[in-house]
Design a protein around this ligand. Sequence first.
Ligand SMILES: Nc1ncnc2c1ncn2[C@@H]1O[C@H](COP(=O)(O)OP(=O)(O)OP(=O)(O)O)[C@@H](O)[C@H]1O
Ligand SMILES: [Mg+2]
Length: 395
Amino acid sequence: MCIRDSPGLATVGTNHPHGVGEHAALVELAKTLSADVVVVGPEQPLVDGLADTMREAGIDVFGPSAAAARLEASKAESKSFMAAHGIPTARHVTVSSLEDGLAAVRTFAVPPVVKADGLAAGKGVTVAQTYDEADAALRDCLEGGAFGDAGATVVLEQRLEGQEVSFFVISDGTNAATMLPAQDHKRIGEGDTGPNTGGMGAYVPAPIFTEAVHDKTMARIVRPTLEGLRSEGRPFVGVLFVGLMIDEASDPWVIEYNVRFGDPEAQPLMLGLQAALGETLQAAVSGNLREGRLTGAPAASVVLASAGYPASSHKGDRISGLADANEIRGVTVFHAGTRRAADGDCETAGGRVLGVCATAGVLTDALHNAYAAVEAIRFDGMQFRRDIGRRATVV
Ligand SMILES: Nc1ncnc2c1ncn2[C@@H]1O[C@H](COP(=O)(O)OP(=O)(O)OP(=O)(O)O)[C@@H](O)[C@H]1O
Ligand SMILES: [Mg+2]
């Protein structure tokens, strides 16, 4: 059962439409339904304390407390947390005045990454190519109010080089169960060109994340993070999504923490998962999570975006071919920006519309089948990348 009214969710469960901000009503709903476990999906209600409210009401809830969710709520606080616990991350300076910010920009050997401190729906980060661009991003936050309060404090960060990996770890506060390492494709254009998006596709596993990198990540990042939070009286119960940069020496650095699953990576992870998800979530909630790795098959997701995305996005385009696509071996089409048209058909609702996902014994087969499913689907202005997973399959 779910609380978001979407044509995709309607195919797998019953909708009980509610806003994520309606905490009291959600507590009542969980009680009425006698929910075994409530999973709080998005970051905003976690940051706003929905998991705490549920827990206080005696409901089993998978998701961190507001205190633990600070790791995502404030990039400045998360940098201080990493410094306090010796967790490797890029050098940074936190500023809240334009004067301090402009002075700090030039102290970086290459133009720094500029990050709004608070939640900005994935739009608060500028990977500046020039110092002037960094200055402009600072002005947008501190003078232009581009992100409101979320941009009233800004983190300037040294730019890291390497390959990014998204690493998801389920925890009961103490033990960690890891998922396969994922890679996504952030740019709109093939060959990683054009503006950043919320992600145009993803695949698991990421070959760069070798056993050695896994071990370093656990020892230097995951364990100190979970222990650090525990020692500060805010144990992490939920899924910690660590955004990593793996450098040339195969050393992992934290780019960011998220305190939830995130797309597009979660789609191939879920589709390929070979562990019992419900039992794992319940074990995490009850503090009995078995330490180890959740195994999974290779899988990939190709995002179909609406016309104009990411600068703008078109709505109301009729989608055809979903049933045919879902017939293809190993394929599941996840809905992101879809809605029901008046006649009951499915149409686009803007942004990233669908995640066309496939799983198979090897990644090349998963990609092949995902792209066969993409060929079956049509809507006006449909945009997608043809090179998802190439980095993992080209030798
Ligand atoms: N220090 C850095 N060096 C290089 N690239 C970076 C750095 N920090 C951020 N980036 C790039 O910017 C992207 C977004 O940064 P970050 O993950 O901190 O922001 P976010 O808005 O919280 O993202 P998300 O919506 O995925 O949670 C990263 O995935 C990475 O591509
Ligand atoms: Mg984030």
